[in-house]
Design a protein around this ligand. Structure first.
Ligand SMILES: *[C@@H]1O[C@H](CO)[C@@H](O)[C@H](O)[C@H]1NC(C)=O
Ligand SMILES: *[C@@H]1O[C@H](CO)[C@@H](O)[C@H](O)[C@H]1NC(C)=O
Ligand SMILES: *[C@@H]1O[C@H](CO)[C@@H](O)[C@H](O)[C@H]1NC(C)=O
Ligand SMILES: *[C@@H]1O[C@H](CO)[C@@H](O)[C@H](O)[C@H]1NC(C)=O
Ligand SMILES: *[C@@H]1O[C@H](CO)[C@@H](O)[C@H](O)[C@H]1NC(C)=O
Ligand SMILES: *[C@@H]1O[C@H](CO)[C@@H](O)[C@H](O)[C@H]1NC(C)=O
Ligand SMILES: [Zn+2]
Length: 723
């Protein structure tokens, strides 16, 4: 999945509305109006200053937008020389000493959404909520309740270990073989096994079983930390943590190191898989028995005689089972013990949990590797109940009108992209036809899936509603079991909104679908008072996502052979030349913050750059489509006298110019050099200021709107355009 921006998550304090900045603007506007004589109302949100013929948008949204744009600008910079400094110089200057690594216009929205989600959790359960939302909040409350976690102690974990047939402490006197019984019980009670992972998956409407080697990654330090913590609780010194960690790590390494990197995926019947697992014809691990037990808890029906399992890495499976058969039981048992200890201890006392999360890169949100308890618990609750929080957020903070307006916008962008494809001169007719067909097939997902807000649907689809109850440990184990065994979600045969969480602070293109989730449908993306400014911000994003379906990654490295046939040799050559133009151009980009000789890796970002340049072109054209509809209003009476009013205070800027100012404002960002260089090495996107400068420099409408002389920095002679 491609996400458009990354922001650090930080505690956020809600800023007061009616800030002094806003008041300054009111004063400015009143002054402005009082010098002209009277004001005549022509439209609810627009006023015309008599004698000037200038229509000005006076809605709150327009004020906020004007304020944001003006305070971000540095008008003493030449817009044809450095449009980023012109549009964002004020912003950068203002946040010069910002304490965090990065501060951005978009980041402010991320923080607003985080804040709202926190509010939902902190307000607690109310009786009218769907059961699923209650469950999510209950999960969160148990997660932050450290007192209860501490009080329940380690006993719940010990009794779980005992019911698996394992000792309470990692001291094995007996050398009996516990496999496969302990794994059957472990799977039933935790949804996990230490050596492999059976899962129910679905693709293209088919549901099937898969086998994978267990991918849990451990290191020696983690083993040691866990043993030490355990020993501390007993003050017994029964465990030599260092020695135990070393032994365990050696075993772990030997089990999970394979002589091949087997990426094959093979369909196998249970009998065939059994043969693979057998050692010289000796069946020591009965697969039919394991699978029968696994499937007992699942609504998925699998025929043990005829059904096929998708085995990921058959050679790895064979090696693993051979190693398991010949290894000393005592070592297998120790490792199995540790695995289940590790899977349960983090849900008992807080010191285990802290160790666990300190090691999990998934939860390392800030640069020091820490994250506060609330944020972490929200992330956990949302990963277990993703739809619940979407539901709660959408009911409280989202409106249908925004969804509908955005759907219109997505349709406009799609139509605009189509027109642009029809117009390009570097493809042959056949490629063009295929491109248009491919574009036609792209699904458009706006806001949230239709079913989500239908009465009863959320609870109806919650596959773990009945299961996930109880204390903190039980809830976690049950959520895990439900996730691995219930393929309930898939039973609905969804064709859209299949790939991504509803609540995502990002737009994305994934598997031929464009996603514009409810979370981003806020200012600065949209609700900017003027439709054109919404097209300049959200519209460009949507265009960017559509274009991702046509970047070099998606087209020339298309896995599907069918797609390769699109490209005639000649067209491919033309496309490659255009890609090369961008690679060359972007590699010339300077980042003085990182040293004078600093060169960008413009190959890493090429797909995103193609999409940025295309996205802006599409949004400009889409806005024209929108405007034409407005001006030739089919109903005749509603047409605005001026569909393109000026913004308060910014009246010296034409409407076209505001479009580019609005677009650039989205990317205003103050970043520390450390943040910049980290982004450069990991991000598929160009840096924010480059996204502004290079995208605009390749756009002819921009040069025209700002009357930039040909050959100036913002209007180079050579422009690179793919789509
Ligand atoms: C605006 O830009 C000018 C010219 O680059 C610079 O001298 C000035 O410091 C900038 N002002 C702010 C507030 O950033
Ligand atoms: C829970 O126990 C840990 C040590 O085991 C302690 O550091 C922490 O302060 C305790 N928290 C509460 C809320 O009791
Ligand atoms: C990271 O988060 C923790 C917990 O919220 C906080 O105490 C710490 O100061 C943060 N570190 C940085 C570098 O932001
Ligand atoms: C999928 O999208 C179509 C329109 O594109 C809509 O009618 C349908 O309800 C959507 N399905 C879901 C599950 O959201
Ligand atoms: C999903 O598709 C399967 C197979 O086509 C069908 O049997 C099932 O009834 C469908 N489920 C729903 C909820 O439409
Ligand atoms: C035209 O009028 C109808 C009925 O009043 C309304 O539903 C529709 O949205 C209007 N169309 C436009 C483009 O304003
Ligand atoms: Zn992107």
């Amino acid at each position: 999945m491609q996400t458009e921006f990354s922001v650090e998550s930080n505690d956020w304090k809600m800023r007061q509305h009616g800030s002094s900045r806003y008041i300054v603007f009111l004063v400015l506007l009143i002054l402005m109006f009082s010098v002209t004589s009277t004001i005549s109302e022509t439209h609810a949100q627009v006023k015309t200053i008599q004698g000037t013929n200038q229509a000005i948008c006076i809605s709150d949204e327009c004020f906020n937008l004007a304020s944001r744009i003006l305070t971000s600008m540095n008008e003493s910079v030449d817009p044809c020389d450095d449009f980023y400094q012109f549009a964002c110089g004020g912003y950068v200057n203002k946040h010069q000493n910002s304490e965090t690594g990065s501060k951005s216009t978009i980041g402010d929205l991320v923080k607003l959404v985080d804040y709202r989600v926190k509010e939902i959790f902190n307000k607690g359960i109310s009786p009218s909520m769907p059961e699923t939302v209650k469950q999510a909040i209950d999960f969160y409350e148990k997660c932050i309740d450290e007192g209860t976690q501490n009080n329940s102690g380690l006993e719940p974990m010990f009794s779980l270990l005992e019911s698996l047939g394992l000792p309470r402490l990692p001291i094995f006197r007996s050398k009996i073989q516990l496999l496969p019984e302990v794994l059957i019980r472990g799977d039933k009670m935790t949804g996990k096994t230490p050596f492999f992972n059976i899962a129910i998956e679905q693709q293209h409407g088919n549901t099937y079983l898969t086998w994978n080697v267990q991918k849990q990654v451990f290191n020696k330090q983690l083993f040691e930390e866990f043993f030490k913590t355990l020993d501390r609780h007993f003050r017994l010194n029964v465990i030599d943590a260092q020695q135990a960690a070393r032994d365990l790590f050696d075993f772990y390494s030997s089990m999970f190191t394979f002589s091949v990197l087997d990426k094959n995926e093979v369909w196998m019947s249970v009998a065939e898989f059994q043969q693979l697992a057998d050692d010289n014809g000796i069946t020591w691990f009965n697969w039919k028995r394991f699978l029968t037990s696994f499937l007992e808890d699942s609504s998925f029906k699998f025929d043990l005689e005829k059904g096929k399992i998708l085995v990921r890495g058959p050679t790895i499976a064979k090696q693993l089972f051979y190693k398991l058969h010949v290894a000393q039981n005592q070592r297998i048992n120790s490792y199995t013990w540790f695995f289940y200890f590790y899977s349960t201890a983090p849900y008992t006392m807080t010191d285990f949990r802290d160790k666990y999360f300190a090691m999990d890169p998934h939860f390392r949100f800030n640069s020091s590797g820490e994250i506060d308890l609330q944020t972490r618990c929200i992330a956990q609750a949302r990963s277990v109940f993703p739809d619940a929080i979407s539901y709660a957020y959408i009911s409280k903070y989202f409106d249908e009108e925004t969804k509908q307006n955005t759907e219109v916008m997505v349709e406009d962008i799609y139509q605009a992209f189509k027109l642009l494809i029809r117009d390009i001169d570097w493809t042959d007719e056949q490629t063009k036809r295929f491109a248009l067909e491919k574009l036609d097939a792209v699904k458009q997902n706006v806001g949230y899936p239709q079913w989500l807000m239908a009465p009863g649907a959320l609870d109806g689809r919650n596959y773990c509603l009945e299961d996930v109850r109880g204390d903190w440990l039980t809830m976690n184990l049950k959520a895990n079991i439900a996730a691995s065994k219930k393929y309930f979600l898939y039973k609905f045969n969804d064709t859209n909104w299949t790939g991504t969480s509803k609540m995502a602070m990002n737009a994305c293109y994934e598997g031929r679908q464009v996603y514009v989730p409810a979370e981003i449908l806020n200012s600065p993306f949209t609700k900017n008072g003027l439709a054109s400014l919404n097209y300049a911000s959200l519209g460009v994003f949507i265009g960017h996502e559509f274009t991702r379906g046509f970047d070099d990654e998606d087209l020339t490295v298309e896995k599907n052979e069918e797609q390769k046939k699109w490209w005639s040799r000649k067209t491919l050559k033309n496309f490659d030349e255009r890609v090369q133009c961008m690679v060359d151009q972007y590699s010339q980009f300077l980042i003085p913050e990182l040293g004078s000789n600093f060169k960008l890796n413009s190959i890493q970002t090429i797909s995103e750059n193609i999409a940025d340049i295309g996205g802006l072109r599409e949004a400009l054209l889409a806005y024209d489509l929108f405007k034409n509809r407005q001006m030739h209003n089919v109903n005749g009476t509603e047409a605005l006298p001026d569909p393109e009013p000026y913004l308060p205070v910014l009246t010296s800027y034409s409407h076209k110019q505001l479009f580019f100012l609005g677009f650039s404002n989205m990317w205003c960002q103050k970043e520390s050099p450390a943040h910049l260089s980290q982004k450069l090495s990991t991000d598929a996107h160009s840096l924010s200021h480059q996204r502004v400068l290079s995208t605009l420099a390749n756009n002819r409408d921009f040069a025209e709107a700002w009357q930039c002389p040909l050959g100036s920095r913002m209007n180079p002679v050579k422009k690179c355009i793919d789509w």
